[in-house]
Design a protein around this ligand. Structure first.
Ligand code: NAD
Length: 483
């Protein structure tokens, strides 16, 4: 039987006004298993109106009280961890073990982190002279829009709503229509946690049906968006004449750079492999360009390929599966098309390069073998455009300058990782890389206090820690002169 998802508007589960639904498909089986509301501008209007009604009361709630609400919600998400992990895996195709160890625990951490952060956020004041005092009020914006993608559904959904709510805003959130299930379940938990009606509203639907109406709505004061660069550009164009605060976390074409002096343990190799293929390569931070210094290129390639060939593509429900299914048929077609393009560009497929056909339950799923390509210059489309799948391109280089030139030589600038035993080189190269995040001898280690975001076509603005709280508040300076 299909699950029937609903919107959350004004604290109540609601069907879309027009009564239409979208199919939600399990990418591992190709079977439709849920109905997602195909909402439109009428539902967005209702959600924004509810959020506007709730805004003054929520803004006036003490930070400790808001933190209590978020912590209660975190407790409920934790209580449901296994069920949410299974749901996330079914909705997105990711291995359930990844959802259980990364996605859902991180959703809990996001809620708890911002619950704590808002109670610890110190104000600023400046005495200009002995009679003049300035202090800065950080006031909530009002109603904010949070729009999230399909690759880390609940993880990124909570990464936005947690700071927005902690800072005293009310929220209208739109999860991806491709993976709406865990956000719909979270909405039920929000009611159970006792969040006042209208403080968090969740409206499901397409980008054109809901997303566009939401970002253009006159009642929305800020838009926090994570998704593709193309959609980010459309939102930026729509929002610019309205002078709204805008945070854009977009695509990437991230390099992992291996210098000849890197002393790579087996665990390091595993991390480098993971950095390309975790979540089927569908993480914005995955390294899809693997730059290797020429003296160690062949030796590294042999060790690397041995590991990649050992990855198992399988039923996401099986604990032994390292890679599950790609999120949708459309995305699968895109990734397979990118591999064909790499062949046409003259690339050599060192491993993978083909769809994977599984038996039984997953016979109709959308699986692709982890694929490693070599022989393409940094300027090839394969090395320039985001693929967002289990595809890594090996690129040899000579020396720091060439590594930096190739790494910086795309339109994107989200994340880079570099592997070296030379501390001077590590710091020098980090400073030269045009990326918002750089990892040295590691990947995906995240301290939630640190700024997160990209440069160039990877976005504008920063999330994380006080950056997020700053985004979701307006600074007002009050200047007082003693008589
Ligand atoms: P997408 O841009 O297609 O969709 C993202 C969200 O925007 C969805 O909820 C979608 O319905 C909505 N949307 C689509 N058109 C819209 C419009 N005109 N107005 C408002 N909303 C609209 O992205 P996706 O395919 O869901 O996600 C994959 C992309 O997200 C990749 O490019 C990936 O790199 C990027 N991503 C970036 C980060 C980051 O932190 N930088 C994190 C995860 C994913």
């Amino acid at each position: 039987m299909r699950r029937d998802l609903t919107n959350l508007i004004d604290g109540r589960a609601q069907r879309p006004a027009a009564g239409r639904c979208l199919d939600v498909t399990d990418p591992a089986t190709g079977q439709v298993f849920a109905n997602c509301p195909d909402s439109d501008a009428t539902d967005v209007d209702a959600a924004v109106a509810a959020a506007q009604r709730a805004a003054p009361g929520w803004a006036a709630t003490a930070p400790e009280q808001r933190a209590r609400h978020l912590n209660r919600l975190a407790d409920l998400v934790e209580r449901e961890l296994d069920a949410l992990a299974e749901l996330e895996s079914r909705d997105s195709g990711k291995p359930v073990k990844l959802a259980r160890t990364l996605d859902i625990p991180r959703a809990v951490a996001n809620l708890r982190f911002f619950a704590a952060a808002i109670t610890q956020w110190a104000g600023e004041s400046h005495a200009t002279d002995d009679r003049t005092l300035n202090y800065t009020l950080r006031q909530p914006l009002g109603v904010v829009a949070c729009i999230s993608p399909w690759n880390l559904p609940l993880y990124l959904f909570t990464w936005k709503i947690a700071p927005a709510l902690a800072a005293g805003n009310t929220v209208v959130a739109k999860p991806s229509e491709v993976t709406p299930c865990t956000a719909a379940r979270l909405a039920e938990l929000v009611v159970e946690a006792g969040l006042p009606p209208g403080v968090l509203n969740v409206v499901h639907g397409t980008g054109t049906g809901v997303g566009q109406a939401l970002v253009e709505h006159p009642g929305v004061k800020a838009v926090s968006f994570t998704g593709s660069t193309r959609t980010g550009a459309a939102i930026a164009a729509a929002v610019a004449p309205k002078f709204r605060k805008l945070s854009l976390e977009l695509g990437g074409k991230n390099p992992a750079i291996v210098f000849a002096d890197a002393e790579l343990s087996d665990a390091d190799l595993d991390t480098i492999v993971r950095s390309g293929f975790a979540n089927q390569g569908e993480i914005c931070l995955c390294g899809s360009r693997l730059l290797v210094e020429r003296p160690v290129y062949e030796r590294f390639k042999a060790r690397y390929l041995e590991r990649v060939r050992g990855l198992s593509v399988g039923d996401p429900r099986e604990e032994g599966s390292d890679l599950g299914a790609l999120v949708s048929k459309a995305h699968y077609d895109k990734v397979v098309g990118c591999i064909e393009r790499a062949r046409a560009e003259g690339g050599t497929i060192l491993c993978g390069g083909t769809p994977v056909r599984l038996e039984g339950r997953c016979a109709d799923g959308w699986f692709v073998a982890p694929t490693v390509i070599e022989g393409l210059p940094g300027t090839a489309a394969t090395n320039q455009e985001e693929i967002f799948g289990p595809v890594v391109s090996l690129i040899p280089f000579d020396g720091d300058d060439e590594a930096v030139a190739i790494a910086n030589g795309t339109g994107y600038g989200l994340a880079a990782s570099l592997w070296t035993s030379n501390l001077d080189r590590a710091h020098r190269v980090s400073a030269q890389l045009e990326f918002g995040l750089v990892w040295i001898n590691c990947w995906l280690l995240r301290d939630l206090r640190t700024p997160f975001g990209g440069v160039k076509n990877s976005g504008v603005g920063r999330e994380g820690g006080v950056e997020a709280l700053r985004f979701f508040t307006e600074a007002k300076n009050v200047c007082l002169r003693l008589r």
